[in-house]
Design a protein around this ligand. Sequence first.
Ligand code: ZN
Length: 473
Amino acid sequence: MKKTTIIILLILLISSATSSTMAQRRKIVVDLIIRGGTVVTMDSARRVIENGAVAVKNGRIVEIGATVAIDRNYAAREIVNASGKVIIPGLINGHTHVPMTLFRGLADDLDLQEWLTKYIFPAEAKNVTEEFVRVGTRLGLAEMIRGGTTTYCDMYYFEDAIADETSKAGMRGVLGETVIDFPVADNKTNAEAMAYVERFVKKWQGNPLIVPAIAPHAPYTVSEDHLKAVRAFSDRTGAPIVTHISETRREVDDSIKAKGASPIDYLNRIGFLNNRVIAAHVVWPSEEELGLLKKLGVGIVHNPQSNMKLASGVAPVPEMLKADLPVGLGTDGAASNNDLNLWEEIDTAAKLHKLISKDPKVVNAEEAFEMATIRGARALHLEREIGSIEKGKRADLAIVDLDDLNQTPSYNIYSDLVYATKAGDVQTVIIEGRVVMRARHLLTLNEETIKADARRYRERIVRSLGAKTSPEE
Ligand SMILES: [Zn+2]
């Protein structure tokens, strides 16, 4: 080789090395990149990006796009490979009572009033302590994360302990401390409950994962004065109100008899409803009441499996969707479901309303999936933060395998997700930019300890109810 050729080659080599280092330098460094998957964004255009990627920094989504484009512009400390998989917004469980996982299967096949008054309230009176709540919460959190749920809305007792367990597990929650007009495990009087909520909300407001809330149980278990005080508390602090409304026909009939108004009509008359209220069930609203809920901006959470199991009725979800109401999906507590598997709720929501209305076109797959994601976020009044994969939103994502036998072959992504995907197909879960489950392995919770603790509680609960412990075979 001639000397000049060597020099030219050297110059070329050095210049290409320099330009690639410059390109490297130009890359924006982020915390995490999830790449190579099909991104189902659930944004307003319902974009689905094949071979897409999501860049995450400081718990938020900074960019979404084709993997090549993200690779060109971003470098990350942590890379999650999602090739052959689908990246979805983390699912939102809009209504549960998370520690009730410890009552799973305790009393089944009963109607709501009998179930509540003969079994659940007595079992709670004898067993619920702060430790019970912590053990049940860890069980519920593990189950939800393994199913791709990244946010849940709760109502229970010792909610401060629930918030503590939730934030330790890296899960997001709208967590409501219960207010109810009889003595319960954590508070014996309304004054005690209101003082608890005051401390609880003050402590957790501003936390990136926890939205503290106040949760009056229902209009039939909390007096008018106490409901008004709840509303005043919410107005003063901005805390959301989590409650049950219009769950059964009997509730509506009793309300008309006692107060001369349906539950929704009554709550509206006393000035309780507004756009900070999250109402579970709403099974029996009239058409005018649906209009009223929309006007006031009340969030609604549909719990199809709980409503079916307790034979509470069927909420008019097709009408809610037609009117574009903010309606999400919930599992309700594990004692009335009996799991916290949101995939089943999505599937059930898509099928139940077809059956009841005898119209297979109502609640299609995309609408059902929307209720578990962006519409569910609207129900919790958190649509600016979560529910879709969009720039600036919190990085709450689930990576779902699409390679299982039950998902093969694939024609339509929403059909796959809604009718064929199971909770066990969720591989990796990210909340606030943090990987909390990788390849089905929980990183913030210990499954074996959780199961052992829960089984110990089972023995105590059975003893407390005076029955003999039956062998577990
Ligand atoms: Zn409930």
